[in-house]
Write a protein that binds this ligand. Structure first.
Ligand SMILES: *Cc1c(COP(=O)(O)O)cnc(C)c1O
Length: 353
């Protein structure tokens, strides 16, 4: 690809994955048919779905209680599908920003919600630390990386109840004990593939306990029973997720991703901390290694800075419309060279200002 792609999502994928996806649009797995036009019931496609499910489980080291599904409706559908399937009477949520807030909003259809802590008091620029998780909650919901504000949970708290985690923007980016969770979900379009599929890894032992009737499509057990193919899956998206997970594995798995992501984040934060023209937005201990948010110390430099990074071949650096400023998304597939180009532009701005 010719541009340095810092978009927050849909976002950059590995060059190899683009090439493989293109080739499969012409001829999928030697079938003589495009991957866009092959039946999801063909043995070649069933193998893709099975591989995409197995690779996610393998890379995260999930135990056998977990089932991996690829569903539609985005992470946003999970905001309601989770309480539908897991909430008997009450759930606990940590409010770390817009996505957490949207997840909290959907729970009111299903029961009582306790927001254990919020960082709304300082525009979500930190992760709340001291709070109690009620032992009578059915689960505790967190957002491990806050894509819009640029915060990330570097410690997952001890919890007396199963932890449900929205990992949309940092899945497969860092090591964690994934078996500590009850349910993990992520829209594909940030770190795994094109929009369309949403990964859900759920513990079977948590299901079927609400006493509530669940419509067929909303019930995780429907999708588990049918190997994530109850109805037509988002076939192309899952295919590209499979290619991306194969790429992650070839690179050395999540550990290798973590090392690269740390190096990229360090390079950019070091420059933001050094260069007096830039102000990082998030408290140091809670800074995200995936989405780096910052502003200019002098807004008068905006036009010049914008022209400079665009001339350097950078796209996608504008902050979310609710926050303003800038956001550099450093997902797995972004090469460190792209971060170097951005840092060079920042230094050049300093020299010229
Ligand atoms: C992007 C994002 C979402 C929303 O995902 P959709 O697939 O668009 O519904 C939810 N949570 C987080 C953390 C995100 O980054």
């Amino acid at each position: 690809m010719k541009k340095h792609n810092f978009y927050a999502g849909p976002s950059i994928l590995p060059d190899e994955v683009y090439r493989q996806a293109k080739a499969a649009i012409d001829d999928f797995a030697g079938t003589g048919v495009s991957v866009l036009s092959v039946s999801h019931r063909s043995k070649e496609y069933v193998a893709v779905m099975e591989k995409a499910r197995a690779l996610a489980k393998e890379l995260m080291g999930l135990d056998d209680d977990f089932e991996v599904l690829y569903l539609q409706g985005g992470a946003s559908m999970q905001f309601l599908q989770i309480p539908y399937n897991l909430m008997r009477t009450k759930a606990a949520y940590l409010d770390t920003g817009t996505w957490a807030g949207k997840a909290i909003k959907e729970t009111r259809y299903f029961g009582q919600t306790e927001v254990v802590a919020s960082s709304a008091d300082r525009q979500y620029r930190y992760i709340p630390k001291d709070y109690d998780i009620p032992a009578d909650a059915d689960y505790f919901h967190i957002t491990t990386n806050n894509t819009i504000y640029g915060t990330q949970m570097h410690n997952i708290p001890e919890s007396p109840v199963p932890i449900v985690a929205d990992m949309s923007s940092d899945i497969f980016s860092r090591r964690m004990d994934f078996n500590r969770f009850g349910l993990i979900y992520a829209g594909a379009q940030k770190n795994m593939g094109p929009a369309g599929a949403t990964l859900v890894a759920v513990r079977k032992s948590l299901l079927g306990k609400t006493g509530r009737e669940i419509p067929t499509m909303m019930d995780y057990r429907t999708h588990i029973a049918k190997g994530s193919m109850f109805n037509t899956p988002p076939a192309f998206s899952v295919f590209v997720v499979m290619l991306t997970l194969e790429w992650v594995k070839r690179q050395g798995g999540i550990k290798a991703m973590e090392e690269r992501n740390e190096a990229k984040a360090r390079l950019l934060y070091d420059e933001l901390d050094r260069n007096p023209l830039f102000v990082p937005l998030v408290d140091k201990p809670d800074r995200s290694r995936m989405n780096v948010t910052f502003v200019l110390s002098d807004e008068g430099l905006q036009e010049r800075f914008d022209r400079m990074w665009q001339d350097a071949g950078i796209v996608g650096l504008k902050g979310h419309r609710s926050v303003g400023g800038y956001r550099a998304s450093l997902y797995n597939a972004l090469p460190i060279e792209s971060v170097r180009v951005l840092v060079d532009v920042m230094r050049e701005l300093e020299r010229k200002a």
